[in-house]
Design a protein around this ligand. Structure first.
Ligand code: ADP
Length: 327
């Protein structure tokens, strides 16, 4: 492989708190190693449109504490086609960029794999997504901040739930994965947690709420991931329960996009910083077409293909913990 002199860094797909800390680490680590670093704005769209600017150590001052991404992110239709990717490669060549760091989720990595297959430009992925559903890493950048945001929100909802003897249904992000619901649900003391990976059934939910009511609970919080396995949306579930438990006042709260924003937690800042430095170290050692991850506190690499095709399992032990603690 040729020596790497210039790298491009981009954030792509859904934004996640901590992406800025990762950009900062990639830029500063590049400068430290004598590599020129270019910021590619708006993800793959910026590659096609040539939204590319040189970054130096000072360009990333005061961003470690900021949510979102200073490089902006976008979903880019054109990149799905071979022609679009060819255009992107042409632009990259104009800037003589000889490696890419892609910070994003599995969609962004799928695009990266195709780009590598067609143009052989070394690419390294950094997992940035609040969902924590990427194979090859125990944690993705943004997950810790998102679950802390959810816990903080539920603490507030609980205050009003207790004051009014209400039963609250709270929807959190997670179309395909229940990591946010399960972790934040336990952290916030939710009564029941409904996730995409397990179907607890609506009757079981009712039974459980009835048992709790009998034992003296006057208010409860039920946490539901967007894609929970009952196949019903949160409003349908709430009205089903309300119809069957008329003495409860039922309310619904959809947390939505607040889960993506906010200042990253220290955990996410440290994770992103370590991943950014490790990405540049790995590129310089000749690794490419891989994703950086963390496993047992150590930085690891795994093929990008595994990150896209593999599936992270839900921690079944957490389900048991939740069941035991919700009596
Ligand atoms: P995330 O990275 O958060 O999963 P997306 O799934 O929206 O987000 O993917 C981000 C971008 O990656 C897409 O807008 C597109 O430009 C690119 N991408 C995703 N899937 C593919 C694919 N199958 N082929 C080529 N590019 C893709």
């Amino acid at each position: 492989m040729n020596k790497i002199r210039k790298i491009g860094v981009l954030t792509s797909g859904g934004d996640a708190p901590g992406m800025n800390a990762a950009v900062r680490a990639v830029v500063r680590s590049s400068v430290f190693n004598g590599i020129e670093c270019f910021g590619i704005y708006k993800g793959y769209q910026g590659m096609i449109d040539g939204l590319i600017k040189p970054l130096n150590a000072r360009s990333v001052n005061n961003i470690i504490n900021k949510g979102g991404t200073i490089l902006k992110t976008a979903r880019c239709k054109e990149f799905y086609s071979k022609q679009g990717r060819k255009k992107a490669f042409k632009k990259i060549n104009e800037y003589q960029i000889d490696a890419l760091v892609v910070i994003g989720g599995d969609g962004s990595f799928t695009g990266a794999i195709k780009f590598y297959e067609e143009h052989k430009l070394p690419i390294i992925g950094i997992p940035g997504t609040i969902d924590n559903d990427i194979f090859g890493t125990s944690f993705t950048i943004g997950f810790d901040t998102a679950i802390n945001t959810v816990v903080e929100s539920i603490d507030k909802i609980r205050d009003t739930a207790i004051s009014h003897n209400r039963l609250f249904f709270v929807e959190v992000m997670g179309r395909d994965a229940g990591h946010i619901a399960l972790n934040a649900g336990i952290g916030a003391g939710a009564e029941e947690i409904l996730i995409p990976e397990e179907d607890m059934g609506l009757d079981r939910l009712l039974d459980s709420l009835r048992i709790s009511q009998k034992s003296g609970k006057t208010s409860s919080i039920v946490m539901i991931a967007e894609g929970d396995k009952t196949g019903k949306n949160i409003f349908e579930i709430a009205s089903y329960v309300e119809n069957n438990m008329p003495d409860y006042e039922v309310r619904v709260s959809v947390l939505g996009h607040i889960q993506r924003g906010g200042r990253p937690t220290c955990f996410d800042r440290v994770l992103a910083s370590r991943m950014g430095v490790y990405a540049i170290d790995s590129l310089l050692k000749g690794s490419h077409n891989v994703m950086v991850g963390i496993n047992n506190q150590k930085m690891v690499l795994s093929p990008l293909v595994d990150a896209v095709k593999g599936k992270t399992d839900i921690n079944k032990n957490l389900i048991r913990v939740s069941e035991i603690l919700s009596i």
